[in-house]
Design a protein around this ligand. Structure first.
Ligand SMILES: [Zn+2]
Length: 320
């Protein structure tokens, strides 16, 4: 017993050198999670039912595989590296990694329990510090929750009709830019990054309209381009046929556009939404020519994933 304990101690010391630094209270963190065996009785299932369950398990494992790579790729690397390591600390690290899906303690404000890298909400999915795409998504949740039509509450989507998707995408795009400026003004984001946000936004408009303007994001981007051009915040230089951004005019143009879009949603004003898009969702001939001259540039990437992707559709499973 004493010898075994001494050996464990020795193991811990010798293998310790290959382990990253860990929080001193790993055991206490683990103790907050009670292992519970999840039993599964398949005896009353038919062979086909059992095959179906196996497929669902496989699909869940694939989703888990994708999740790990998006939540914490470095944590996954560590999890694999420590496999088979008998050091009790290594075993504890692996259990905590599996529980949390990464190196950050979910029930302790995402404090790292291994290593010192702080948690970042960008995780493995976005480059560090990326607020741009996230702000668009957050902005979908901002603004009125319902419309006021004839003194009554009404569903915005229903009130606006078919042009709603384009209107809502434009709202998220534009309110996002107003939000980023607000965060800069209040010291939460760096002032020196602001012009970069506007440049990314305008580049994003060009990227989006290359997919075509039949779909909501394309309609939104085309409308935004025309409104900003009308306000001179985006200008075409006829001598070079290139577009330039007037960074000084951007904040005002975007704020007034945000106001229009939010008013339309708050009022559920279908006629105003439709006339706004009829007027601005038009591709100018000069822009069409500019896009044509860039037709040799690929429209998007075709990702080749580092992890195994399989889609089996040869044998559909009947669920009911
Ligand atoms: Zn969106």
């Amino acid at each position: 017993m004493v010898a075994a304990a001494a050996m464990a101690q020795q193991n811990k010391a010798s293998a310790g050198s290959s382990l990253p630094p860990v929080a001193p209270d790993l055991a206490a963190r683990l103790a907050k999670w009670k292992p519970v065996r999840m039993s599964f009785d398949s005896s009353h299932l038919t062979t086909r039912d059992r095959q179906m369950v196996e497929k669902l398990v496989e699909a869940s494992q694939d989703i888990d595989d994708i999740f790990w790579r998006q939540s914490d790729p470095k944590g996954l690397e560590l999890y694999k590296r420590l496999a088979g390591n008998p050091n009790p600390v290594a075993v504890e690290i692996r259990r905590l990694l599996m529980i949390n899906g990464g190196r950050f303690d979910l029930i302790d404000n995402n404090t790292p329990f291994v290593g010192s890298e702080p948690y970042s909400p960008d995780a493995g999915l976005y480059p560090r510090g990326l607020t741009f795409a996230i702000m668009h998504e957050i902005s979908h949740g901002l603004g009125p929750a319902f419309a006021h039509v004839n003194g009554k509450q009404a569903d915005i989507r229903e009130s606006i009709g078919p042009v709603y998707s384009g209107l809502e995408e434009a709202k998220a795009d534009v309110v996002r830019m107003v939000g980023l400026k607000w965060l800069v003004d209040h010291g939460a984001l760096k002032q020196s990054d602001l012009d970069g946000y506007y440049a990314s936004y305008v580049a994003g408009i060009f990227r989006t309209v290359r997919y075509g303007t039949a779909e909501a994001h394309g309609q939104a981007a085309m409308m935004e381009f025309n409104v900003l051009s009308e306000q001179n915040a985006i200008r075409r230089d006829p001598s070079t046929s290139r577009y330039v951004i007037d960074y000084k005019l951007m904040p005002g143009a975007l704020t007034s556009l945000a106001k229009v879009l939010l008013e339309i949603e708050a009022a559920g004003d279908r006629a105003r939404a439709e006339s706004w898009f009829r007027r601005y969702d038009v591709t100018p001939a000069t822009l069409a020519a500019a896009l044509k001259s860039a037709s040799g540039v690929p429209v998007d990437v075709d990702p080749i994933f580092a992890f195994h992707v399989h889609v089996e559709c040869s044998e559909p499973v009947e669920l009911f």
